[in-house]
Design a protein around this ligand. Structure first.
Ligand code: UD1
Ligand code: MG
Length: 458
């Protein structure tokens, strides 16, 4: 009887994200991995990729010098996910700091640079396949346009990896090598923590190079590389690279939404966030910026020069041009938010309109209500915020100040120029302004007196 080969069970996956570097080349007061691409921090993007790969344990190595990184990561993954590298002595030194956190883990460990903003699970899945095919270690290579900042992958005739040489250590021959190290390495946990303590720092930078582990592995067994496009693995060491990564991200999102059926006549001018959702059949006019947390439904139109963040725009609504939607703005079906209107934490009902020059902050506007030009929800007394509620089909005349907390009943009218400090009953008319006074002939008398003074030389 023939036996079928038992399939090797897939080893469990863990990840170590190196995020303790000083990041000096960015010249930024913000730690490198807390800089954002598509409105999301780089470290969160790398964590997203590791989670997408099914890593059941994720350890982020943070430095003593950046408590913000530690706090940021702990808020997402918990303190158990943090390993501290006391001093930034190099990438191998950083990876070794994860030993304690992974001591009871059995399986494969992906060690990844923390400054790779565009990495996605699909770019790293082939690395795990290398291990399944029997490689002792797998790494990711790429061929960048400019190799200057990257380590080179030195390979044998049959393509197996022999070592990685850092830029400062390159011989002239090695400098001609096109294959660069992208900063992702996969091996078993046992092998990692056998190799890492042996790395030395007798090199041009006096650092413990993680890349030295590759030569150790290749002495013991097979090391292979998979290649990825530069756009997937590019680093973010300089402001130039960071902006290049942002450009790649924006191009991807634009292409995605166009393919999904979003109308966008000038896609190159539209700026998305990582989590922007726009449904097929929506239109995004030129020069629109989406901050995080936005959903736009089908048939909605976001007109030119509009800024939207943390907001929902429901089916058929019209927003802009020159509108600003801030967190908590919920624009109802077929509602209109026009030019120079700012909305924050307000639910605007179906078909309601605020077409010109208004601030709607904290509260609600009922369906069918009309908010006149120059209306302000006066929501803040310097200490606290209060709500304003405008009922369904109410009509708020132009230049009205609604001093919160206040309610305008359904169907009520408010005379233009009112300062409303008390609730208005449904279907009532509220006027809260000085009564107009008229003095017949006053202007004629006034002019006469002034001219007489002038003639008398006064
Ligand atoms: C590294 C690789 C290089 C590769 C490149 C790809 C080494 C020695 N070199 O160089 O071969 O081509 O990435 O982008 O690894 N970090 C720490 N602690 C430290 C130093 C760094 O946690 O002491 C972290 C950084 O925060 C960063 C990552 O490790 O996320 C990589 O460090 P970085 O200084 O960016 O290395 P590169 O010069 O880019
Ligand atoms: Mg780097």
């Amino acid at each position: 009887m023939r036996h079928r080969l038992a399939r090797r069970p897939m080893p469990a996956r863990a990840a170590v994200i190196l995020a303790a570097g000083a990041g000096t080349r960015l010249k930024s007061p913000i730690p490198k991995v807390l800089n954002k691409v598509g409105g999301r921090t780089i470290v969160d993007r790398v964590i997203d990729a590791c989670e997408g790969l099914g890593c059941e344990r994720i350890v982020v190595v943070v430095g003593n010098h950046s408590p913000q990184v530690r706090a940021h990561v702990a808020a997402r993954l918990g303190e158990g996910a943090i390993a501290v590298q006391e001093e930034p002595l190099g990438t191998a030194h950083a990876a070794l700091a994860a030993r304690e956190a992974l001591k009871d883990f059995a399986g494969d460990v992906l060690v990844t640079n923390g400054d790779v903003p565009l990495i996605e699970p699909k770019d790293l899945e082939p690395l795990f396949q290398l291990r399944e095919q029997g490689a002792l270690m797998g790494i990711v290579g790429f061929e960048p346009e400019n190799q200057l900042l990257y380590g080179r992958i030195i390979r044998g005739a049959d393509g197996h990896v022999i070592r990685i040489v850092e830029p400062k250590e390159l011989t002239a021959d090695q400098a001609a090598v096109k294959a660069c190290n992208a900063g992702f390495y996969l091996a078993s946990r046992e092998d990692w923590f056998r190799w890492l303590p042996k790395v030395r720092n007798d090199n041009a930078k006096g650092e413990y190079y993680l890349t030295d582990v590759v030569a150790m592995a290749s002495e013991e067994g097979l090391v292979r590389a998979v290649f990825a496009p530069e756009s997937a693995v590019m680093g973010a060491d300089t402001q130039m690279q960071l902006s290049a990564a942002e450009a790649v991200f924006q191009e991807r999102r634009r292409a995605h939404f166009l393919a999904e059926g979003v109308a966008m006549p000038a896609p190159g001018t539209v700026h998305f966030s990582w989590d922007t959702e726009v449904a097929a059949g929506a239109t995004i006019e030129p020069y629109v910026v989406f901050g995080p947390g936005v959903t736009v439904e089908s048939g909605a139109v976001i007109r030119a020069f509009t800024h939207v963040e943390g907001a929902r725009v429901r089916a058929g609504a019209l927003v802009g041009p020159y509108a600003r939607l801030r967190p908590g703005a919920d624009i109802g079906e077929e509602a209109h938010i026009g030019n120079f209107v700012e909305v924050k934490k307000v639910a605007v009902g179906k078909g309601a309109k605020a077409n010109h020059l208004a601030y709607l902050g904290d509260g609600s506007v009922g369906p069918g209500a009309n908010i006149g030009a120059g209306t302000i929800f006066c929501n803040y007394d310097g200490f606290d915020k209060y709500d304003t509620h405008v009922g369904a089909n109410a009509f708020v005349g132009s230049d009205t100040a609604l001093v919160a907390p206040v309610r305008v009943g359904e169907g009520a009218y408010i005379g233009s120029g009112s300062v409303i400090t008390s609730d208005v009953s449904p279907d009532a008319l509220a006027l809260a302004r000085g009564r107009q006074v008229e003095k017949p002939g006053w202007a004629t008398e006034f002019r006469k007196a002034k001219l007489a003074n002038k003639e008398a030389g006064k």
